[in-house]
Design a binder for this molecule. Structure first.
Ligand code: FAD
Length: 468
């Protein structure tokens, strides 16, 4: 048995960042991970592998559809899907190796096995071979993440009725795929396969895709994915049942008119969200409370009902995003060390890595209307930007929402080339409570995609975009 200042359970982006920050602050830290591989969902079956496949499939799609217009003549490209999946695995392996190095560098003790609270000051780690060891802690951090969830009537069989995890390692490029859920993960993976030639149909319960983001973004993304990739969307459809028919699947749903409709596809990918994961943690036994959705309940300082035990990331409320988990990990480490950090949840950006990319920070137009807040809106289309025309990425726009009286930026919503990166500028501006005019007066390099933000800010300030 060893004693630690902090034991972090779960090595995803929440847990490992928390452990590193604890170690930087001089705390004796241990990290417990049930799998052999560190990095959690993000590194192994989430952010990193999905982006690796998005990049590969985008290269293929560009070679197929866009090279000729650039004057590049090649033989019709072919897909070596095995190599694509192998490269993705190499990216994961390199990233996980990097993480192992960081643990060593920061002198964090790593235990592989299921972490389970023995008492409110000790955790038992049970290894795959059944042996276990128990370690004491002054503070613990629960960072056990989430798992894919499903709907009544849908049993995931991991063969033809699959989740994002299986979709990242399919044995073949499917001929057809139905995706249940028009949220971020479904649309990213749908883009991967549509680019590789799969006929993709998206069935969504709400009347819009990416429904939690500003409405205008979903509308534009749906239009572009249909135009560029041939993805078909079936909105306002309630899925009732999915069955595996051996060599294909059948999805039964109820449409807007109350009629029963069905879809057949080689694979059905279920992307209806994720649920907090706490199996084996034994949290209830030491008095840690969970809400109805199974998430660990925390106060504004991320403390559970047992005050010296904290919880962060997907296992608690808030957006299920790696960077949100990381920020919470940092905050908790600093609080344990006696500091007073602050995290502004309004400024956690949301990104969809389709092409065009989608990115958002702050309030949506719908939220401002609901709050009855008086605001003004400025918008600039990428097609009016020289940089976008040069790269043939003219779909999309940037929208800036600012307070009608003070001009303070309240929300920025973008769809277009590289907006996943541009959103950082909007988040930074909002962190410093910039006005739209502040952004518009910053010199932006020309020609860059970032000029669209400056132009949208000019439009929001007093309708004086320069290139529109
Ligand atoms: P996780 O990453 O889920 O890690 C939890 C870890 O805890 C796991 O390794 C698990 O094995 C371990 N664990 C659980 N219970 C125990 C136990 N009792 N003992 C020991 N270990 C335990 N987010 C983004 O921000 N950007 C993206 O581009 C993005 N893309 C995504 C794509 C896909 C396909 C998916 C599925 C998710 C994506 N996400 C993305 C979401 C992101 O992966 C999660 O928000 C993030 O991983 C949450 O981090 P976490 O540390 O809370 O938990």
């Amino acid at each position: 048995m060893a004693s630690f200042d902090v034991v972090v359970i779960g090595s995803g982006p929440g847990g490992y960042v928390c452990a590193i920050r604890c170690a930087q602050l001089g705390l004796k830290t241990a990290l417990v991970e049930k799998y052999d591989s560190l990095g959690g969902t993000c590194l192994n079956v989430g952010c990193i592998p999905s982006k690796a496949l998005l990049d590969s499939s985008e290269h293929y799609h560009n070679a197929l559809e866009n090279f000729a217009q650039h004057g590049i003549v090649i033989n019709k490209p072919a897909i070596d899907f095995g190599q694509m999946i192998k490269r993705k695995q190499t990216v994961i392996d390199q990233t996980v190796d990097g993480l192992k190095f960081l643990m060593k560098k920061n002198k964090i003790e790593v235990f592989h096995g299921v972490g389970s609270f023995a008492t409110s000051n000790s955790v038992t780690v049970t290894k795959v071979d059944g042996t276990s060891e128990t370690h004491d802690f002054k503070h613990a951090v629960i960072a056990t993440g989430s798992k894919p969830s499903t709907l009544p009537g849908i049993a995931i069989d991991k063969k033809r009725i699959i989740t994002s995890t299986e979709a990242l390692s399919l044995p073949e490029v499917p001929g057809t795929m139905v995706i249940i859920g028009g949220g971020v993960i479904g649309l990213e993976l749908g883009s991967v396969y549509a680019r590789l030639g799969t006929k993709v149909q998206v069935v969504e319960y709400f009347d819009s895709i990416i429904p939690s983001m500003d409405r205008s973004l979903g509308k534009e993304l749906q239009r572009v994915m249909k135009k560029n990739l041939g993805v078909e969307f079936f909105l306002s459809h309630k899925v009732l049942q999915v069955t595996n028919q051996g060599d294909h699947t059948t999805v039964t749903a109820e449409n807007q008119k109350g009629e029963t409709v069905s879809f057949q596809a080689d694979y059905t990918l279920v992307c209806v969200g994720r649920k907090a994961y706490t199996e084996g943690l034994n949290a209830g036994a030491i008095g840690i409370e969970q809400d109805q959705a199974g998430r660990i309940q925390v106060n504004e300082h991320l403390q559970t009902s047992v005050k010296h035990i904290y919880a962060i990331g997907d296992v608690v409320k808030g957006p299920m995003l790696a960077h949100k988990a990381e920020e919470e990990g940092t905050c908790v480490a600093e609080m344990i060390a006696g500091q007073k950090p602050h995290l502004n949840y309004l400024l956690v950006p949301g990104v969809v890595y389709t092409w065009p990319e989608v990115a958002s920070v702050g309030y949506t137009e719908e939220q401002l209307k609901e709050q009855k807040r008086e605001y003004k809106s400025g918008q600039f289309p990428f097609r009016a930007l020289g940089r976008a025309r040069a790269s043939m990425d003219i779909d999309g726009f940037v929208k800036v929402l600012a307070d009608k009286t003070t001009d303070e930026v309240l929300g920025v919503h973008m769809i277009g080339p590289r907006v996943a990166d541009i959103i950082a500028e909007a988040a930074m501006a909002m962190e410093y409570r910039a006005s739209a005019e502040d952004i518009s007066r910053i010199c932006h390099a020309h020609p860059t995609f970032t000029e669209a933000l400056k132009e949208a800010a000019l439009d929001a300030t007093d309708k004086r975009a320069l290139h529109m």
